[in-house]
Design a protein. Sequence first.
Lengths: 389, 180
Amino acid sequence: MQPLEVGTRVLCRWRDGKHHPVKVIERRRLQSGGPNDYEYYVHYTEFNRRLDEWVRLEQLDLDSVENDVDEKVEDKVTGLKMTRHQKRKIDETHVEGHEELDAASLREHEEFTKVKNIATIELGRYEIETWYFSPFPPEYNDCLNLYFCEFCLTFMKRKQQLQRHMKKCDLKHPPGDEIYRSGTLSMFEVDGKKNKVYGQNLCYLAKLFLDHKTLYYDVDLFLFYVLCECDDRGCHMVGYFSKEKHSEESYNLACILTLPPYQRKGYGKFLIAFSYELSKKEGKVGTPERPLSDLGLLSYRGYWTRVLLDILKKHKGNISIKELSDMTAIRAEDILATLQALELIQYRKGQHVICADPKVLDRHLKAAGRGGLEVDVSKLIWTPYKEQG
Amino acid sequence: MSRPSFRPRPLDIHKKLPILKSIKDFEDDDTPTSTRTHMLRLVAEHDNDTQVQHVGSKKTASEIPTPEYLVVDTYERDYSPTFNQPTSYLRARGVRAEIGEFVEYDLDNEDEDWLDEFNKEVKILPDEKFETIMFKLEVLDHKAREKAGVITPTFGAPIPVLLTFDAAVEVNLTFSCKTI
């Protein structure tokens, strides 16, 4: 049979054993097969593109093929050649979390990063499927798997290279100062200027799991807060966030990531809470850099809801948004957005009021989920960044 | 999450806002918002029916599917259990290339293939020694060219290594006491 065209819509068997609608993004000939044996890179239209993957023909339900592949149309905004379907896909599916990106830059981004380059990475105890494209140096173009040293984050192409590296690598924790320890959980602050290679490696790694991350080669301007679980093999990174040393826009967090094997255990919430504890110590309000991913937005909404509603439940008397902001280091706009989304701010008798019926608050708190691991501020030993010399 | 489009007056973030603790407080007026007050009261009164709503919002979180991961079976061999956590918080040391004998060069595929070929008949050069030689060559070459003013120290951008005879001689001298 003729190979399927890029742009074809068809049903594909996913890991749950069921068929889901996909669109063919790219195809390539199988090395072992005949001239018409291809594998296909597909996007599951119901899901985020982190689940895009290469599939064999057997997984596709050929009876469901939609054969109306569009002619290529020139996109007026970007000049990129793309099919109407591609345009529609972008227009339809990329609203949440990408509001701040204009259509042109979003399309350019999608075109450039449409196929994941690295399929899996090995990092310490886990072999992890990647989520997105990451711009590794060109000598890694032909690599499907990468092996990371879990401590210094050097990456290699072959397992034996990693094993040789592990015999000599003397790092057992991120190369920075430990600023927090509670039980087996430790936080390290790594200065991108003092540890350039580590910072860059961390960015390459993180980009594999973050869609809209700008890869700064200039890591000098950032501090990296690396959260670890520690045991007798060392301090194992579970996630991190980065922060500009000086932010004009009062960002207290640039990128945030919990590595997939550690997700849904409360570490993301811990990282968010930690970023606000640092802001409180600095005596500043802060906000995360946008855009937030779907998972990021969910975590932030949950955090803001928990912190603000806990205060409203206990507070006696009147309170201003500014006071809430001073207490929590959450930016006033974020407080307003949170309370308005929960419909807790109402206008009555010519003035705004906060509706804080305990039952309603409890319901929202329950929906916001558990707070995860608590940050014990008494265990944070830290002074805000100061330029040396 | 939708919110009403009408907002009578911009909210002053410095202004103290009353906190209404009870549904009763909401009912003492007849403003157009009474419909929503009514809804709020309904929500509050059904406090035993929390399950439905709760499950709904929790589902959103668990419904975002993500790719998968596996446990590496060689992990316990590759990484040795030799870490002793001190009681005090760990402090950063200097960058390791500058403090000790750490060889910051890992053989890549091309190196390994070349070395296999080189050692095909007799094992002349062990992996580790080859790494050390490459590392010293890189460092010395860089220093030599920096001294000559050919390159200026730059951040970020990788600097291509150009092997020169002088650097090679110097490495050879470093190794002269040991047999390669």
